[in-house]
Every structure is written in structure tokens, then in C-alpha cells.
Design a protein around this ligand. Structure first.
Ligand code: ADP
Ligand code: MG
Length: 465
């Protein structure tokens, strides 16, 4: 007997409910409905535009696996948005072509003016200040975001937050929106990615509705534009955005922008860059070990996860997911899925197995220390990459060909092993801990402004892993 889509889906949901945190289940999966089924495809719909990418990114793997176990068939899962309106079909042939989606699967992609009702766009309820863990890496950005939320258009205008992928820029941006929306529900807020802004503009040009477009964007109290770097090379969009910016700013409306790099490095028109610098420019860096653990603890509490030898498991995850918060979240989901599929308790052994793919060390799944690189090994690798010797890195000499790899080596060692700074200093000819701090922050800074350098460091990081 053929099962209907609804039957298959409800069975999958029932099992998913048993393994996912209640809150997550209620937010993302409970409101979904089965739409269609074929041999290998299951289509479901959601009333929440935000859930499209979210469910596909975070839960597809788990849901597919449950389906496979329950029905002996592997369904590809597709999530569609069904709103009260239809999602606008945005085509773009005029003026600026839209840029491809960013490499990271960001939930923000399905947002913006998703229903075509250009008033208030959905903010992710999970992205609140409460849920944002503050650490050394994001302290300033978080404080600035709070200040802006408390005193829109008075504290810093615009607020410009930049940093790498998955470090919490979108989260902070939404948090500002939530506070303002809660305090003054009448305020008109638009959250939009810069790609979406481009698309909307293209549509407006095609349909001859520019007047409308301008009104929409200029009658609001808070404009949140995510990933502004995607406006690079789009002159017409930049021009339009420039006027939108001026109107809002002159009218004392708050503007918040994010980017993966500082204003000057965005490649946008000078007049925009200089405006971005009128307010406050602040960055978010990769979280350090302590912050990673704090983020994990927070997650365990919020999602009410049950983990045996919790400290050890969290330490394991934190040691291995060093690049972003998104990576940490991915690891946790993977672990949950693995536990549910193998029907085992979530403990250290399971974590080692499940995180095989993200564990450092070749071969992955053994997750042991056998193939792990030591701090000395890292120093050696870096020396090789810069064509100097490890001894030279330990020497007192401070020529540029040595200081840069020396700093990089300290940075990577700190990141991978989280040794005390004094220890790291010792490994480099007994340098004191303030020198180590300086070296590490120098690398962090250079990574932000110099893509070639960033690539070099990332390549090394990958090699070390
Ligand atoms: P970005 O916009 O910088 O690429 P996001 O804001 O999308 O990153 O963050 C990626 C994920 O990590 C989100 O799920 C977000 O909630 C989470 N996250 C980022 N920073 C923090 C933090 N400091 N505390 C808790 N969660 C965080
Ligand atoms: Mg983002």
C-alpha cells in the first residue's frame, strides 16, 4: 500500500519530536505540512519563510535518516514556503544581476521582504540578546548593539558590524530589531540582506514601481541590511542605497549594517564607505576556547540537552570547532542526530565517533591523539610554509620574514591547543605573554583586512587539521 505524504511526514515528525529539543521542534517542525511525495522526494511546506533554509540546513539530515529507517526508503526533503501571500518570484535581468547566494547557508537568505508585503520582515525569534553569549571576541559589538537598541539613532548611526562567517553578526542585528519591536511595536522595521535589496530594486525597475520602492524603504524607523559586501560592483544598487541611507540618516532613523570585512575593504563607493564610518564600526572575531565552551553550555541549557560527562564532551567539541559558532552548532546537531540514529546515550565515546568528520587529525573517526599534531609540529609547518626554519622562529631576530610566520604560529597554536600564553611565549624563545597577545591580535586583524593573508592562514589551519 502506498503511503500518503501526510502519513510519512507525521511518522517522521513523531520520531523527530522524540530526539529534538522541544523548543526547536515546536518552532521549526510542528507548523510544517506534507505537500507531496514521490519515490524519492518528500515535499513539505512551512508558513515561516525563515524555516525553509533552517529546516533544510539543520534538520534535513536527521529527518531523512529517520525516514530511511522507518520506511526503508531515502527521501530527499524539500521545504517550501507557503505564506498568506506567495513568495515573490524574483527574476533579474535588468540593471544589476543578483549575486549568488553566500557560501554559508544562512537562514537570512529566505528572509527580507519575503511575502511581498513590504512593511516588517520576519526576525528570527531565537536571535535575541539573551541567547547571545558575550566573550572577548564580540564584547564591543554586543555592547554597541545594546546601545543602539536602547537609543536608536542616538547612540551610533550607522552601526557597522563586520567579521567572518558564522560569528553572530546576523544574530546581533536581529537582536536589535527584537528589542525595538518589543518596546515600540509601532516602529517600522526592515531586515533585508543586501542581495535581496538588489533583487527588490531590480524588480521595481522592471515593473516600473521605483516610486513605491523608494517609499517603502524611506518610511521606516529601523533598517537592518545584512551582508552589505554583496553590493560590490552593483553601481545602480549602490546609488539607490546611498539615497536611502541619506534619507533615513537625515530623518534620524537608525541604520545597522553587517559585512564580512571592514568598510574600506568592501570595495563599495567611497561616499558609501565614508558614511559607514560616520557611526561606529566594530568587529566580531572567532570565539576563543572559553567562549566556545560558554556557547556550548548555553546551548545545552536552552535546548535541554542531556549529555553524560558533559564537561568532557563540551571540551571536545570546543577544541575541535574553532572557526565559528555556526560550526559549533553544526557539530551539536550532528551529535544529536547520531545519538538518535544509533539509539545510544550521548556521551564522550559517542561524541568522538560522531564528530569524526570534524575532528582534527587524519582519518577522523579514530579521534585519538595518535595522528594529532603537536604545538612543535605546528611551529614546524608554519616555518615550512614561510620557508624559514623553526629555530629562526624561536630566535630573537625581528625581521619581517620572521615576525609574520612567528605571529601566525603563535596564533595557530593558541587556537588549536589553547595553551597558556606564557607557555606559547616559551616556545618562541621565551617571549613574554604580552608579546604573544600582541602577535595573536595582529594576525586576527590582518586576517580581516587582507584576504590573501587570510587564505594563507586558513590553508595552514586546514593542513594542521
Ligand atoms: P553571521 O551572520 O556572522 O554569519 P550568525 O549570526 O548567522 O553569523 O550566527 C551563526 C549561528 O551562531 C547562529 O545560529 C547564531 O545564533 C549563533 N551564534 C553566533 N554567535 C553567538 C553567540 N555569541 N552566542 C550564541 N550563539 C551565537
Ligand atoms: Mg549573517
Amino acid at each position: 500500500m502506498e503511503l500518503t505524504a501526510a502519513e510519512v511526514w507525521s511518522r517522521i515528525l513523531e520520531e523527530a519530536r522524540g530526539v529534538l529539543p522541544e523548543q526547536a521542534f515546536r518552532t521549526w517542525l510542528a507548523p510544517t505540512e506534507a505537500v507531496a511525495i514521490s519515490r524519492d522526494l518528500l515535499v513539505v511546506s512551512t508558513p515561516n519563510p525563515f524555516a525553509v533554509d533552517w529546516v533544510e540546513d539543520k534538520y534535513a539530515e536527521l529527518l531523512t535518516a529517520i525516514g530511511e529507517r522507518a520506511f526503508g526508503r531515502r527521501f530527499r526533503l524539500t521545504v517550501q514556503y507557503h505564506g498568506n501571500g506567495r513568495a515573490p518570484a524574483l527574476s533579474a535581468t535588468a540593471a544589476d544581476a543578483p549575486v549568488p547566494a553566500p557560501p554559508s547557508a544562512s537562514p537570512a537568505r529566505s528572509q527580507g521582504l519575503a511575502t511581498g508585503v513590504r512593511t516588517s520582515s520576519p526576525l528570527n525569534d531565537r536571535y535575541t540578546f539573551d541567547r547571545f553569549v558575550v566573550g572577548n571576541n564580540n564584547q564591543l559589538a554586543a555592547a554597541a548593539a545594546h546601545a543602539v537598541a536602547e537609543a536608536p539613532a542616538r547612540a551610533y548611526n550607522p552601526l557597522f558590524i563586520y567579521g567572518g562567517v558564522g560569528l553572530g553578526k546576523t544574530h546581533l542585528m536581529h537582536a536589535i530589531g527584537q528589542v525595538i519591536r518589543e518596546r515600540e511595536p509601532g516602529k517600522r522595521i526592515i531586515y533585508i540582506s543586501s542581495e535581496r535589496f538588489t533583487n527588490e530594486l531590480v524588480t521595481a525597475i522592471q515593473e516600473g514601481t521605483m516610486g513605491e520602492f523608494r517609499r517603502q524603504f524611506r518610511q521606516i524607523d529601523l533598517l537592518l541590511v545584512d551582508d552589505i559586501q554583496f553590493l560590490e560592483g552593483k553601481e545602480r544598487t549602490q546609488e539607490e542605497f546611498f539615497h536611502t541611507f541619506n534619507d533615513l540618516h537625515d530623518g534620524q532613523r537608525q541604520i545597522v549594517l553587517t559585512s564580512d570585512r571592514p568598510p574600506k575593504a568592501t570595495g563599495l563607493e567611497d561616499r558609501l564607505v565614508s558614511r559607514f564610518e560616520w557611526g561606529l564600526v566594530t568587529d566580531i572575531k572567532a570565539p576563543d576556547f572559553e567562549t566556545r565552551v560558554a556557547i556550548l553550555r548555553n546551548k545545552v541549557r536552552e535546548d535541554r540537552l542531556e549529555i553524560a560527562n558533559e564537561e568532557d564532551v563540551l571540551t571536545l567539541i570546543a577544541r575541535h570547532c574553532t572557526s565559528s559558532v555556526r560550526e559549533i552548532e553544526g557539530a551539536v546537531i550532528k551529535l544529536l542526530a547520531y545519538a538518535s540514529l544509533t539509539r545510544r546515550e550521548l556521551n564522550l565515546d559517542l561524541a568522538r565517533e560522531a564528530l569524526g568528520g570534524v575532528l582534527r587529525g587524519a582519518g577522523g573517526s579514530e579521534g585519538s591523539s595518535s595522528s594529532r599534531l603537536t604545538p612543535d609540529g605546528v611551529r614546524k609547518r608554519v616555518a615550512e610554509a614561510w620557508d624559514v626554519t623553526p629555530e629562526e622562529l624561536q630566535s630573537k631576530r625581528r625581521t619581517k620574514n620572521l615576525t609574520i610566520p612567528r605571529q601566525v604560529a603563535m596564533y595557530l597554536i593558541k587556537e588549536a591547543f589553547d595553551l597558556p600564553l606564557v607557555e606559547i611565549g616559551k616556545m618562541f624563545g621565551g617571549r613574554d605573554h604580552s608579546t604573544v597577545i600582541h602577535s595573536i591580535s595582529k594576525v586576527e586583524e590582518d586576517i580581516q583586512v587582507n584576504p590573501a593573508f587570510r587564505q594563507r592562514v586558513e590553508a595552514l589551519r586546514a593542513a594542521i587539521q
